[in-house]
Design a protein around this ligand. Structure first.
Ligand code: NAD
Length: 485
């Protein structure tokens, strides 16, 4: 039997108006450790009634002390949150590793990234402002950046801390209030964050957290008429539901819906520099990453060399419990394991270049899948088109630049892409030609960069998070035109 690490908050409750309150429906959901498959506690099953209470608290808070809190003071609160997170990195990492199945080193990196978001936003809070606009004689015209009001945040289970950091952090920076619905599979660090924010001096009601099912608490939040902006990260199908609900209420929505992101390896690339990025970007968090590099496009002249080097790395990959801190942990749930196993079956017509190894003493109830590298995959194969969300990569050969661009842009998605080449002119040509929200040249992910605007095109979603760009999205612009003669 595995246990939860010691918690300093009550996971069986919702956090509403600065208080820990039992869900009004009185029900709980099982909390499962993905590394063992065992139930290790329960979490609140929030429902529409709890969402109503949370939205009411957020509505009241946006007219209260928070409305009069100067931008620099909001920044100071965010800075305190950042500092407190940094003092609790180890606790947060152990909670996340147990809840999500993420290897401890990766969970630790997420906690540090959440602190970094708060630090970045803390500095930005008093640096976002409107403009004056030269206009007709006798007028003075200026713009004001104002908060939307109550913002809803629906977060998935794959990177709870990072996504809460970028989403809730951005909304708070601009003076919004927040109702956060974390994923039913992994909500503990959302609750931990709420308690840290309370301790850091965030006024009651400014941040509210209601755990629960997507079809209950999630649907209630996304359709609530008291919400003025929605942010969602997750699947395309749920994103469509959320955008439909937002359309009914005519509110803005930011969607981040994953991808089928490629890395393009040209024959003049520095393969030794590329190799760790090619593999890590596919297996990090067991491939359950919106920006996972699930497609590796390789120019034919170097195809054999790159494939055999990647295969050798795959053979060294070890899979096991999160606390063992190996290369790859379990998938989040039995359901996610089924999804990935079905994809592997769809690849039965393909050649497996190499697989990683599940360690012998991995608990039998854990949701483990061996990382799998497929080679010689046609660009239109389902494994090269659909988001798998597991430790699976496909290697796709290409002939020349034009061919590479067609393949890279040839999915429904467009989140990120990378170019591995020493040719400067080619780097610039491709950076323009790739239809994605971010392009990396001779790297992948740029270390996560909280400063770097992030988001997709096509079915990867719309709107930008991270960086200053996120803060424009979390505010609305008002134009004031004064005629004074
Ligand atoms: P999901 O989109 O259903 O869940 C994400 C969040 O949305 C969770 O908080 C969930 O409770 C909530 N939700 C679910 N149904 C809802 C509804 N009707 N109204 C409002 N909120 C709702 O994703 P999932 O079912 O956990 O995973 C399925 C697939 O989605 C994965 O295999 C993967 O391909 C993709 N996914 C992508 C990301 C990403 O980062 N882009 C994250 C998680 C899952």
């Amino acid at each position: 039997m595995t246990h939860l690490p010691d918690l300093w908050f009550d996971p069986t409750k919702c956090f509403i108006n600065g208080q820990w309150v039992a869900p009004l429906g009185g029900e709980q959901l099982a909390l499962t450790n993905p590394s063992t498959g065992e139930d290790i506690g329960t979490i609140a099953r929030g429902t529409a009634a709890d969402i109503d209470a949370a939205v009411a608290a957020a509505e009241a808070a946006r007219h209260g002390e928070w409305a009069r809190t100067p931008a620099f003071e909001r920044g100071r609160i965010l800075a305190r949150i950042s500092q407190l997170i940094l003092t609790r990195v180890e606790d947060l990492a152990r909670i996340e590793a147990t809840d999500v199945g993420k290897p401890l080193t990766q969970a630790r990196a997420d906690a540090i990234a959440m602190a970094r978001y708060m630090e970045f936003y803390a500095g930005a809070a008093d640096k976002i402002h409107g403009e004056t606009i030269p206009y007709l004689d006798g007028y003075t015209v200026y713009t004001l950046r104002e908060p939307h009001g109550v913002t809803g945040h629906i977060v998935p289970w794959n990177y709870p801390m990072q996504i809460i950091g970028r989403s809730v952090g951005g909304a708070l920076t601009m003076g919004n209030t927040c109702v956060l619905k974390p994923a039913e599979e992994a909500c503990l660090t959302a609750l931990a964050f709420a308690d840290i924010a309370r301790e850091s001096g965030l006024p009651d009601g400014v941040l509210n957290v209601v755990p629960g099912l997507g079809s209950e608490a999630g649907a209630a939040l996304s359709s609530h008429t008291g919400v003025h902006h929605m942010s969602f990260t997750g699947s395309v199908g749920t994103g469509q539901l959320i955008q439909t609900a937002a359309a009914q209420n005519v509110i803005p929505v930011t969607l981040e819906l994953g991808g089928k992101s490629p890395q393009l390896v040209f024959d003049d690339a520095d393969f030794d520099a590329a190799l760790p990025f090619l593999v890590n970007a596919g297996i990090q968090n067991a491939g359950q990453t919106c920006s996972a590099a699930s497609r590796i496009l390789v120019q034919r002249g170097v195809y054999d060399e790159v494939t055999s080097k990647m295969a050798a790395k795959y053979r060294d990959l070890k899979v096991g419990p999160a606390m063992d801190d190996l290369n790859v942990g379990p998938l989040i749930s039995a359901r996610q394991k089924d999804i990935v196993t079905d994809f592997l079956a769809k690849g039965s017509d393909l050649t497996i270049a190499a697989q990683g190894e599940i360690i012998a003493d991995a608990p039998s109830g854990g949701h483990y899948v061996a990382p799998t590298l497929f080679e010689g995959v046609a660009p239109d194969h389902p494994l090269a088109q659909q988001e798998i969300f597991g430790p699976v990569q496909t290697i796709i050969p290409f002939d020349d630049e034009e061919d590479a661009i067609t393949i890279a842009n040839g999915t429904d998605y467009g989140l990120v892409a990378s170019i591995w080449s020493q040719n400067g002119a080619r780097q610039f040509r491709l950076a323009k030609a790739l239809d994605t929200g971010q392009v990396f040249i001779n790297n992948y992910g740029a270390g996560g960069g909280v400063e770097l605007p992030f988001g997709g095109v096509g079915k990867s979603g719309h709107g930008r998070e991270k960086g200053f760009e996120a803060l424009y999205g979390f505010s609305k612009l008002k134009t004031v035109a004064a005629l004074h003669g």
